[in-house]
Write a protein of this length. Structure first.
Length: 244
């Protein structure tokens, strides 16, 4: 079973459409989404529609919850909050309701957990191998997929609890050893923050026990133009070009 893994789409339909085309040509059996479907970007309705139509498993991110759960909106910085209010004003009612029903994490029948931030802690950022170690030592999962940081990351944890950060770049395919446990972040489709402006996604192949990272260029200027035209903060449009 080949599973496409997308995360942090953030209302960027231009990037998402490129990723979906790429996933289709990769012959994946299904696609799962690790949350933050909307927020920041100019196309919340299109992104909600694409994810609803194409993903077999979807969980919510902090931005998705921020739309429907007012108290958590105070946890966002000013730009994120402006974008959330902008999104809430434009999102279709049934998409808002759909976002409200999403779980914060899910276990896939293929035997792995997927969450937004960390297992049991959807708002937590796993940034360093040390963070990954703490997370994996408190979890019994052999594979955990997470998003939220907008930075691709892959770590392997040995039986003795040692964590190794793995090289995880465009085109890299990892062999997943059954004696190790793995934490994998596919990066962000719609707002990468690792210095690479291209959209990111991963493919998990459960039969071959491999995971691979993929980057796809998209027309950043088209998304930026839609953001400016729609009245979203210019800073949010600018950052897309640098991938930061
Ligand atoms: Zn996000």
């Amino acid at each position: 079973m080949r599973i496409g893994v997308i995360s942090d789409v953030h209302g960027n339909a231009v990037a998402l459409q490129e990723v979906m085309v790429s996933l289709e040509s990769s012959a994946v059996d299904e696609v799962i989404c690790l949350g933050d479907i909307v927020g920041y970007g100019p196309h919340p309705n299109i992104c909600a529609h694409i994810v609803r139509e194409n993903c077999s498993g979807v969980i919510s991110g902090n931005h998705d919850r921020g739309l429907t759960d007012h108290p958590t909106a105070s946890a966002f910085n000013d730009l994120a909050r402006v974008a959330l209010c902008w999104t809430r004003d434009r999102l279709r009612t049934d998409d808002l309701e759909w976002l409200r029903t999403l779980p914060s994490e899910n276990r896939h029948r293929g035997g792995f957990l997927y969450c937004h931030g960390a297992p049991g802690a959807p708002d937590e950022y796993i940034i360093t191998p040390r963070d990954a170690t703490v997370t994996m030592l408190s979890s019994a999962e052999s594979i955990v997929l997470c998003g939220h940081t907008h930075r691709p990351m892959a770590c392997a944890i040995d039986e003795d609890g040692r964590c190794q950060a793995l090289r995880w770049a465009d085109g890299v395919e990892l062999s997943l050893d059954s004696s190790r446990r793995y934490l994998i972040n596919p990066g962000s489709v719609g707002q990468p923050r690792d210095g690479d402006a291209r959209a990111a996604y991963a493919i998990l192949d459960l039969d071959r026990r491999t995971a691979s990272l993929h980057r796809v260029p998209y027309e950043v200027r088209a998304t930026q133009a839609a953001m400016i035209q729609g009245g979203l903060p210019a800073e949010l449009a600018t950052r897309l070009a640098s991938g930061n």
